[in-house]
Design a protein around this ligand. Structure first.
Ligand SMILES: Nc1ncnc2c1ncn2[C@@H]1O[C@H](COP(=O)(O)OP(=O)(O)OP(=O)(O)O)[C@@H](O)[C@H]1O
Ligand SMILES: [Mg+2]
Length: 375
């Protein structure tokens, strides 16, 4: 898919932006604080219906204005256009093609994209919630029903946690029966989530390993093997059988056998909301042992793998958004990385166009200054 045209109104520091885009590479360049990331953020807003930076919708409205809107037209077999409007009364309207959506979640899968920004370095060094968010967005794009499973899981989780608390403080009678009902429902939906996550992580691990060898070999002294693993309380043997029913049974057993502990702690201690993803380089935990450069190469490989898997499973070509990543890569890695991006529409932001090694003849260049394109 390609985004042909983008129209922004009162989006962050863009009062009004109206640009035609290239199907190939688009480079947004300019000084710090001018609006490069804002523009990539607006594009990715049409993928997940919110900011990838975690900013609240209300803070995205240009200071002093009542609403913002994003309007893109797309060349794709399924999606022709996406329109999003949000106003100060916290009303969000999303239209895909000519239909308004009832729920934001229905947007999933309309625009397929992978984004890579400097904050993605946190994928390896920070806590597990960043990694869960990454994998959840990736799967939701491939399988939009997954997103609704996640919402349902969180809803049941909240109700079960309230019950655990009430049991502890003696406010609930007949709690055994009720806890059993929540455990049953939670393990059913939880198993679907664990199943999808472990399946895609296995796939990502294989592809990312190949990408990693290609990017790293040009700089590293020796070959290093990247491995990505889903880390859950469900035993690896069960997970590798890829049968949701078996995962469900094990999760249910965990809930039931540890219910005293859960009541004591007033929360659900097992399940996908506690799971993590491990990055290993030559079988060593990257979080503890890897250098900055090694982590960066691993994350780049992961994103390239995500791009390829999205493409392979959906049969559509995702777009690739790269925010300010080349300033951190040496020439060899820049070259190796860029040569892996084939045949997808790409958006790149950078401060200094001259240090950027990409063959600029193929690219559309946009100089950004204070929320406008300048010539
Ligand atoms: N709601 C908003 N209203 C008006 N301006 C905003 C809003 N939110 C952010 N900005 C402005 O947007 C600018 C930051 O834009 P952005 O993050 O896109 O910069 P950038 O070009 O990517 O810079 P860098 O090279 O430092 O990453 C800041 O000047 C900030 O004040
Ligand atoms: Mg930026």
């Amino acid at each position: 898919m390609f985004i042909n045209h983008i129209l922004l109104e009162n989006y962050r520091n863009y009062t009004s932006l109206d640009i035609n885009l290239s199907n190939d590479v688009n480079i947004f360049y300019g000084n710090n604080g001018q609006g490069k990331t804002n523009l990539l953020e607006a594009i990715f807003f049409t993928v997940i219906g919110k900011s990838f930076r975690g900013t609240k919708d209300i803070d995205i409205i240009l200071s002093g204005k009542e609403k913002f809107s994003i309007d893109i037209s797309v060349s794709d077999d399924i999606t022709e256009s996406v329109y999003i409007k949000y106003n100060k009364n916290k009303e969000k309207y999303i239209k895909v093609n000519s239909l308004y959506l009832r729920k934001t979640g229905q947007l999933m899968g309309s625009i397929l994209a992978v984004i890579f920004s400097p904050e993605d370095m946190q994928l390896i060094s920070e806590g597990p919630s960043v990694r869960r968010k990454f994998i959840d967005i990736a799967i939701s794009q491939i399988k939009p029903t997954y997103y609704f499973d996640l919402l349902q899981y969180n809803k049941i989780l909240l109700q079960k946690n309230t019950l655990l608390k009430n049991i502890k403080y003696g406010k609930s009678k007949n709690y055994d029966g009720m806890l059993n009902v929540w455990n049953e429902q939670l393990s059913e939906v939880g198993a679907k989530i664990i199943f999808e996550r472990s399946k895609i992580i296995n796939h990502l691990s294989l592809v990312a390993k190949e990408k990693h060898l290609k990017i790293a070999e040009k700089s590293a002294e020796r070959e290093e093997n990247l491995k990505i693993l889903y880390n859950s309380d469900i035993s690896r043997e069960i997970m590798e059988e890829y049968e949701p029913e078996k995962i469900k049974n094990e999760l249910f057993y965990l809930f039931e056998s540890k219910s005293e502990r859960e009541i004591e702690r007033e929360m659900t201690l097992y399940g996908p909301h506690r799971d993590d993803i491990d990055f290993r380089l030559d079988d060593k935990d990257m979080k503890k042992f890897s250098s900055q450069g090694q982590k960066r190469t691993a994350v780049l490989s992961l994103k390239l793998a995500e791009l390829e898997i999205l493409k392979e499973i959906t049969g559509r070509k995702p777009i690739f958004l790269l925010d300010d990543v080349f300033s951190e890569l040496d020439d060899k890695r820049q070259e190796a990385f860029l040569s892996e991006i084939i045949d997808v529409q790409t958006f790149i932001s950078c401060v200094d166009i001259d240090t950027f090694k990409y063959n600029k003849n193929n690219a559309s260049l946009f100089k950004i200054k204070n929320g406008s394109i300048v010539l």
